[in-house]
Unconditional design. Structure first.
Length: 447
């Protein structure tokens, strides 16, 4: 799930409920998001024990203020009756409070059985769900509305499915073929608009099929590239070992001069580091796909981090004869995952070294009081306009695999790390004139 997602969970057992809701909320906690759980169908202690049994120290997060339990009276019925527009205003205010507290987003889930009471009414509930579909896009909010199928009638479950773009059914997350626009749900659409919607739905799902076909093709291409990329350093290492083995077998120790051994060690070290990066990228993609990439936030000074990374990676630039300039900027302190931000900078510098055409590369840190900006500029091949978004996806490159090495994962992983910090990454580029990648991170985040 990402910011702006609005899902419904239709469950029949407690196991189905917890298997969806608890990992969802745990991910929000790991991403430093404010989390709200509206209880109603279950008792508070039952929900607490469910989190604890899944390995979540929920009491600690409640004490820190990051996680809040609320009842229907404290959330939906705070004014004594349910008002859909007032509830949207409540969500907007909560999002602002979360941002002011340094949170990277707001995550909410609610047991919707409260809507069965006389205070709500089915029509008002469907109106609210429709308003949510307008509220969520573009926001830093995600939500799962929980519906116990044993408590709700078929008519209401039908309307619930009509008002949620995505549904969780058992252990499956399903793009919702039956989702309708808010205007249609509220009876405001004309027959022409409904026909347009039906055609769009057919085209959308055919597009999804084509996307799946392209994904399978990309997977096969990736496996071919990955096999080649992993085999290249392994082949080099094998040749180095064979060379040493032959020299030792001949008893020709004299030929192994200090300079020759130093060269072998240097080449071996470079290949091992390359192999390690490839394996780390593959593991990170697996973690991201499984929603298991967590952040270890700590007090981090960005300028010192940049200088440390540049010192470690400068040998690669020197080996390639490329000048690396650093404009450190002001001292900027934030609560970030240091090792992950180091990974971001290493990925951007490696990218600049690969595509920079041997020309100087510049790293710069700047801040404006609310955000900090880390940029890496090269003067290399640059990008076409249509490639500027695509290169941040998995297995994508600006040029073909035959023109450059790598798995096409570095920028994808970089984007995921930055977004997990509540930040953004962008690129300014012109073909043949180089590229400038800029990471923007919010200041004031707290662990």
């Amino acid at each position: 799930m990402g910011h702006g997602d609005h899902l419904c969970l239709v469950y029949e057992t407690a196991e189905e409920q917890w298997d969806a809701v608890i990992p969802y909320m745990a991910e929000g906690l790991a991403r430093n998001e404010a989390c709200l759980y509206v209880i109603d169908d279950r008792a508070l202690d039952e929900v607490r024990q469910a989190f604890i049994s899944y390995g979540v120290d929920i009491d600690a997060h409640v004490r820190s203020g990051q996680f809040v339990f609320a009842t229907k009276r404290e959330a939906y019925l705070a004014s004594g009756a349910f008002n859909p527009h007032a509830m949207i205003a409540f969500l907007e205010a909560t999002v602002r409070e979360a941002a002011a507290a340094g949170r990277t987003g707001f995550r909410v889930t609610a047991e919707m059985t409260w809507a069965l009471g006389q205070e709500c009414g089915c029509d008002r509930l469907i109106e609210y769900e429709s308003l949510l579909s307008e509220f969520f896009p573009g926001s830093r909010v995600t939500a799962i509305c929980q519906y116990n199928r044993k408590r709700f009638g078929a008519d209401l479950i039908r309307d619930v499915l009509r008002t949620h773009p995505v549904a969780i059914l058992g252990n499956q997350v399903c793009p919702n073929l039956y989702y309708e626009t808010p205007a249609m749900v509220l009876g405001q659409g004309s027959p022409e608009q409904r026909v347009d919607w039906m055609i769009e739905q057919l085209q959308r799902f055919r597009g999804a099929e084509r996307k799946l076909e392209r994904a399978i093709q990309s997977r096969d291409e990736f496996l071919s590239v990955a096999s080649h990329e992993l085999n290249t350093p392994l082949t080099s290492l094998k040749l180095q070992v064979q060379s040493l083995t032959r020299a030792l077998a001949r008893g020709d120790g004299a030929s192994l001069t200090r300079e020759k051994v130093a060269g072998i060690v240097d080449r071996t070290d470079r290949q091992l580091r390359r192999l390690s990066r490839l394996v780390s990228d593959l593991l990170d993609v697996s973690r991201i796909h499984a929603n298991k990439m967590t952040l270890e936030l700590e007090r981090t000074e960005l300028r010192e981090l940049v200088e440390d990374v540049v010192d470690r990676i400068s040998g690669e630039f020197t080996h390639m004869g490329v000048r690396l300039d650093v404009v450190p900027g002001p001292e900027v302190v934030g609560h970030w995952d240091r090792s992950r931000l180091e990974q971001v900078l290493i990925n951007l510098l490696s990218n600049a070294l690969k595509y920079g055409a041997g020309k100087p590369v510049r790293v710069e840190v700047a801040a404006d009081g609310a955000r900090v900006y880390l940029s890496v500029k090269d003067h290399g091949v640059g990008l076409r306009e249509e490639d500027r978004t695509r290169i941040f996806e998995r297995f994508e490159r600006a040029i073909s695999a035959s023109e450059a090495s790598g798995l096409g994962l570095g920028l994808y992983i970089t984007r995921e790390i930055v977004q997990a910090h509540g930040g953004d990454i962008s690129v300014e580029s012109r073909l043949g004139e180089g590229s400038t990648f800029t990471v923007s991170l919010p200041l004031g985040a707290r662990a």
